[in-house]
Design a protein around this ligand. Structure first.
Ligand code: ATP
Length: 913
């Protein structure tokens, strides 16, 4: 066990690795005495050094392959020495050159494995000693170890301790047997002594050597450490380390063939397992190294992993018995040998670096790193240059930063001056407006002021108004020209951040809404080139009014909003007033077109929608707020003008002027412009006169209603309708104060008429859900009332004519029935489930026929078709279910549709009738 202390294994390197096949030999032992006594004869013959043939006298075995070729084939007459010389020596002696090697003996029990391996081991060790003696310049250290694998337990054959040894995975040496005794070989006698120990250990607990050896694998290992100067040069002080394994495998026969049971069967299973794994490994390795090689499936293959397709030279000596009764096992052995022949290994010279060599190598590595460091230091000068450049650039950036800040300050100063100028201009215009404006506009301004109060753009209302009118500061989607974020905002650490008005995130919702409310008015007031644009706006309003479409007014409004962006300081008061009128017209137009949305709670969403081009037409919040926030209705002529034209063109629009409380507001708010044209005044006078007349009528109606004379009021109302039925809107235009009562009256009438007109329940439900007293419902209620009244009147006439028709129907039916054969009639009775007396059922049948067909011209054809249907149904040509569906005994009228459908569907079959 000494030896290993002289070497500190640091690393293993390989030299001159090359791929080579396993050297495979077959040895055929001679017939033993027992076999000879049985007059057994050998069917195997080695025809040359590499081929063995099977000369079978048994017909059923003639089909087997008869010739097998290997690296070497040894016949009965071959000695173990010859087998060693030609089949193992080269491999075994590779170990002195630092190459791992392994020699296997594979074969069935009593085929001569132990006989052969014992001889080969001795020859090999003997030759190794010879080699050492012949190479005194080299230092050699020989270590001997021996192990036995029995029932998958590894046992140290050089130790008296029979405790199974564990296998460890060493990253450098592969699988290592833990605590395995490594005896340093002193000389030849020592070797023979150790062999004897191994033999003795294999006897423990066993009745005979043969029995034990046949069921266990024995591995004798000789490890040789030698100087590598001869191979790696005179200056190289590395040491070569390699080992040679002499492996005597257990008998390869199958467990079933051993006729064993109990403990022997278990042994057989373990043996089979390890040999099966060995066979699998060999077979897989013979096909190449792709895929998983199951070395770890058995301890044998794990320990010998390097010897099997790894870093080792390998020789496989397959022993076989010539006995005829072993021919099957012999053949299996040859097949295994054939596979092993294809396995390639990659044997390499394993050099282990000594301490001295390691120190030298480390010194070289250190020198190399020092030189690299020096070269790095020289290159670092370049780095210092670049760092200086970087510093210079940073200074430049700082300088530029300062300049930018200075420029920003100058810009802010200039900006504040411009704002002052704008404010002074606003003051002047505001004072001018204040002189001309009616007192009512004060409230308007107050609203504007409150709307803008959150924005902190100006100190007073008029400033806000004029500022918005002359600059785009408060215009929707616009910001003051010199305020707000710009491209250099990142550099403006101290610059005040003013949010963009068009940015929703810039304000909270309320602020956004109020801002937009103001913008809708002020944008128009602030338009530049206002004289030219006024004509354009008037033209657009005119177009809107003519087309009566929803999209166009919005488009016009949007276009107007878009034009607001340009500010023009040359704005006069008159032009502003004109613009207000134009805008008012546009708003009125919109209001008249979208009355239903007046009470919509949406605000900001509406605004958003209106600010984008969308097919969804909604009234903007700004328009709504304008209407709601306007001063109260003024009865002065001037204030009423400018709106009547629109009202006349859109008679239904009046409904939008009332909210649920009956408060009149939007109409009046639209009439607040003080400067109106003469034509508009005249039109408005006419409208006001009409309004007053209607108010009087409504008052009368209300009085009648209060005294319980509902009927009279209704008659009066009906007279009004009759008098001017074409002006439905005028009739339906209720006064807000009376509408609540009027609504109830009309609804009551409609409900009464429902019963008379047999209105469906669904229709009634929808009515209650949809109409809850909104003034805009007036038109519909009126239409519904008229419609139901008409239906009720006509139903009386229908009732009288119905009787006559029924009589006529009966008569016709009877005539038809006369034409029917009795059998057909009976079928119809049966089909329609008519079970009364003859007279009654004839009448019923006649009535039914008449009722269902209803067409005088086709009554006879129909009757024939009915008969045919019945006939077809009975003969199975029409499915009874279908027939029953059409003619099932339901109340008259209900089945008429089904009957008619059947008739029409069968019309194509009329030619058959
Ligand atoms: N080539 C040979 N020449 C003469 N005798 C041989 C030869 N080979 C084997 N024998 C004899 O055959 C018998 C069985 O041999 P051996 O024990 O080596 O077989 P084995 O394969 O090792 O069997 P087991 O697997 O049971 O260990 C032995 O008595 C041995 O002396």
């Amino acid at each position: 066990m000494g030896g290993s202390q002289d070497f500190d294994t640091v690393s293993v390197s390989s030299f001159g690795g090359q791929k080579e096949k396993i050297l495979v030999s077959v040895r055929l032992r001679p017939l033993n005495d027992k076999e000879r006594s049985r007059n057994d004869v050998s069917d195997w013959e080695c025809i040359n050094n590499s081929t063995i043939i099977f000369r079978s006298s048994i017909p059923e075995r003639a089909m087997f392959p008869s010739a097998y070729t290997f690296d070497r084939v040894f016949g009965c007459e071959s000695s173990t020495e010859q087998v060693y010389e030609e089949g193992a020596k080269e491999v075994a002696l590779a170990v002195v050159s630092g190459i791992n090697s392994s020699i296997f003996a594979y074969g069935q029990t009593s085929s001569g494995k132990t006989f052969t391996m014992s001889g080969i081991t001795e020859y090999a060790v003997s030759d190794i000693y010879d080699y050492i003696e012949k190479h005194p310049e080299r230092e050699f250290v020989l270590k001997f170890s021996a192990m036995e694998i029995y029932n998958e337990a590894v046992r140290d054959l050089l130790s008296s301790d029979s405790t199974p040894l564990r296998l460890l995975d060493d990253p450098e040496r592969g699988t290592v047997v833990e605590r395995l005794t490594e005896e340093s070989l002193r000389d030849w006698d020592h070797f023979l002594e150790l062999l004897a120990v191994c033999e003795a250990q294999r006897h423990i607990g066993e009745t005979s050597l043969n029995e034990m050896s046949s069921r266990s694998h024995q591995i004798l290992r000789l490890t040789i450490e030698s100087s590598a100067r001869e191979y790696l040069g005179p200056d190289n002080s590395s040491t070569l380390t390699a080992c040679v394994n002499f492996v005597d495998l257990a008998g390869s026969e199958r467990a079933s063939q051993t006729l064993s049971a109990g403990t022997r069967l278990k042994e057989g299973c373990h043996i089979n397992r390890s040999l099966l794994t060995l066979g699998t490994v060999i077979r897989k390795l013979s096909k190449g190294r792709s895929g998983h090689i199951p070395y770890r499936d058995s301890k044998l293959t794990r320990i010998l992993q390097n010897s099997l397709g790894g870093n080792a030279r390998t020789a496989m000596i397959c022993t076989m018995s010539p006995a005829r009764n072993h021919v099957e096992q012999s053949r299996n052995t040859l097949l295994f040998a054939s596979c092993a022949k294809e396995v390639t290994t990659n044997a390499q010279v394993n050099a282990v670096m000594s301490d001295k060599a390691l120190v030298k190598q480390l010194q070289r590595e250190l020198a190399r790193m020092e030189s690299e460091l020096r070269s790095f230091s020289s290159s670092s000068l370049v780095h210092s240059d670049s760092s200086a450049l970087l510093k210079e650039k940073e200074l430049q950036i700082e300088k530029m930063d300062k300049e930018i800040k200075e420029l920003t300050q100058q810009r802010d100063i200039a900006q504040s001056r411009i704002q002052d100028l704008l404010r002074s201009t606003s003051d002047r215009q505001g004072s001018k407006l204040g002189n001309v404006e009616e007192p009512n506009h004060g409230k308007h301004y107050e609203r504007l002021n409150s709307s803008n109060s959150n924005l902190d753009f100006a100190d007073n209302v008029e400033d806000n108004f004029l500022l918005d009118g002359t600059s785009p500061r408060l215009s929707m989607g616009m910001s003051p020209k010199f305020v707000g974020p710009d491209q250099l905002s990142e550099w403006e650490v101290d610059a005040p951040k003013i949010p963009e008005p068009n940015s929703i995130n810039g304000y909270n919702d309320d602020r956004e809404v109020t801002c937009k409310e103001v913008c809708c008015i002020e944008e128009d007031e602030s338009r530049p080139n206002i004289i030219d644009q006024k004509e354009e706006t008037e033209r657009k309003v005119e177009e809107n009014e003519n087309k009566h479409t929803k999209e166009e007014p919005l488009t016009s409004l949007k276009k107007t909003e878009g034009e607001v962006g340009d500010s023009n300081p040359n704005v006069t008061y008159d032009s502003l007033q004109k613009k207000i009128q134009d805008m008012q017209k546009t708003i009125n137009c919109l209001v008249s077109l979208y009355p239903a949305e007046r009470s919509s709670p949406s605000s900001s969403s509406d605004m958003d929608t209106a600010s984008t081009v969308s097919s969804k037409v909604t009234r903007s919040r700004s328009c709504k707020s304008l209407l709601i926030g306007a001063p109260p209705y003024s009865t002065s002529e001037g204030s009423e003008a400018g709106f009547s034209g629109n009202l006349e063109r859109f008679p239904g629009n009046i409904s939008c002027d009332f909210d649920n409380t009956g408060r009149k507001e939007s109409l009046t708010s639209a009439r607040t412009s003080p400067d109106l044209t003469e034509l508009s005044r005249l039109e408005n006078k006419k409208f006001v006169a009409e309004e007053n007349k209607k108010e009087e009528d409504n008052v009368q109606l209300k009085q009648v209603d209060d005294t319980g004379s509902m009927q009279k009021a209704d008659e009066k109302s009906s007279k009004q309708q009759a008098a001017c039925p074409e002006t439905l809107g005028a009739f339906s235009k209720p006064e807000p104060s009376d509408w609540g009562m009027e609504f109830k009256v009309r609804r009551g009438k409609i409900v009464e008429l429902w019963q008379a007109c047999n209105v469906p329940l669904l229709h009634r439900t929808y009515f209650y859900l949809l109409f809850k007293g909104d003034p805009s419902d007036a038109v519909y209620l009126e239409v519904e009332l008229r419609r139901l009244s008409f239906l009720k009147g006509s139903s009386h006439e229908q009732a009288s004519s119905k009787k006559a028709l029924n009589k006529e129907r009966e008569m016709l039916g009877k005539r038809i029935l006369k034409k029917f054969r009795k059998r057909e009639r009976e079928s119809l009775y049966k089909t329609w489930n008519i079970g009364l007396n003859t007279k009654q059922r004839s009448q019923q049948l006649a009535r039914r026929l008449w009722t269902d067909t209803r067409d005088m011209a086709h009554i006879e054809d129909s009757a024939r078709l009915v008969a045919r249907l019945v006939d077809w149904s009975e003969t199975g040509r029409i499915p009874k279910e279908m027939f029953g569906l059409s003619f099932s005994p339901q109340p008259l009228g209900r089945r008429s549709f089904g009957w008619r459908s059947s008739m029409s569907s069968l019309s194509s079959a009329s030619s058959l009738v």
